[in-house]
Design a protein around this ligand. Structure first.
Ligand code: NDP
Length: 305
């Protein structure tokens, strides 16, 4: 049994903890509260040693955790689903509108003198009205995005995943389709799946070659779901119209990355859940997950391993 009070060793900075500090600091600890910027792999688990009983991550994504290794050692994992769904869905919609209506490019033109007069076809983009939207991963965030996009006049929702989810799809009358069909028929593709070995590199050359020239790709899941070299080619060649990314590989994206040279690619610095209220709620939940795990109690949100 664990005591109700615990001592805490904290990395008291907004900057990521250096790897060497993490490896030294985690030694002998019973619990670890981490961010998605920390890779919790065999090296960290070995450094922690057999005392480590619970890992609590300040994220819903768990692709930074070596889950097989964690499970093997009987370590429990807490995470933060649901409370960040609304903020992330809101940001996904904002990014979609920014990309399809060319907002950063237009705002830049106002500042740099590119705005000379009102011209019929200048800064035209693509709207949601009467469109087909394809959601890759109709989970919590995917559904919340669809719910927000529906009132814009979307005509049809498509989705893909590991299996049909009629109970989730009914609200949007969304059709479960193969990935290839989703690429071919969608005017907007929104990626909201988790990053797994199956989804890694899912949006690649073949995927983009099937998309319409007028279509827009939005990714708010994890950068590695999209093959960025293939995306660059698709955007440069006009194979697709535009993209909006909240997540990239690596993060941060180097400032000389080719994607940053493109006007039809809007890139944000992984701010999906970044509202004060959401980050605050995530922090409280992550702390409560950790404490419950330390006490051997059921966690508010425990990942089933
Ligand atoms: P959920 O678990 O509710 O949804 C994940 C979805 O991914 C499920 O619908 C699942 O579908 C789908 N999926 C899994 N495998 C595949 C596949 N092979 N093809 C298509 N879809 C697949 O998670 P959330 O909605 O809460 O979060 C989703 C992800 O969003 C997180 O894992 C995280 O990476 C990212 N995220 C990003 C944020 C940001 O700041 N940009 C903020 C928060 C989350 P199925 O059940 O059919 O397998």
């Amino acid at each position: 049994m664990y005591p109700c009070s615990c001592s805490i060793q904290q990395w008291d900075s907004d900057e990521p903890i250096p790897r060497s500090e993490l490896l030294a600091g985690v030694a002998g600890k019973h619990g670890l509260l981490c961010l998605l910027s920390e890779r919790i792999d065999k090296e960290v688990l070995d450094a922690a040693g057999s005392n480590l009983k619970v890992i609590s991550t300040l994220s819903v994504g768990v692709d930074h955790l070596a889950l097989e290794e964690i499970k093997k050692r009987g370590i429990r994992v807490g995470y933060t689903p649901d409370i960040l769904t609304d903020a992330t869905a809101e940001l996904s919609v904002a990014l979609l509108l920014a990309a399809c209506r060319r907002l950063p490019e237009s705002a830049e033109a106002v500042k740099n003198g590119g705005w000379t007069t009102w011209k019929p076809l200048w800064m035209c983009g693509y709207g949601l009205s009467d469109s087909t939207v394809g959601i890759i991963g109709l989970g919590r965030i995917g559904q919340a995005v669809a719910r927000r996009l529906k009132p814009f006049g979307v005509k049809k929702f498509l989705y893909t995943g590991s299996r049909p989810k009629p109970e989730s799809a009914v609200e949007f009358q969304a059709d479960f389709v193969p990935l290839t069909k989703l690429a071919e028929e969608s005017d907007f593709v929104v990626v909201t799946c988790s990053l797994t070995p199956d989804t890694k590199g899912m949006c690649d050359k073949d995927f983009f070659s099937r998309m319409k020239k007028t279509s827009v790709l939005i990714n708010t899941s994890r950068g590695a779901v999209v093959n960025q070299e293939d995306l660059y080619q698709a955007l440069v060649s006009g194979q697709i119209a535009a993209a909006g990314l909240d997540v990239t590989t690596p993060e941060p994206l180097p400032t000389d990355h080719p994607l940053l040279s493109l006007k039809n690619c809007v890139i944000l610095p992984h701010i999906g859940s970044a509202t004060y209220a959401t980050r605050s709620a995530m922090s409280v939940l992550a702390a409560n997950n950790l404490l419950a795990g330390l006490k051997g109690e059921s966690m508010p949100n425990e990942l089933q391993l």
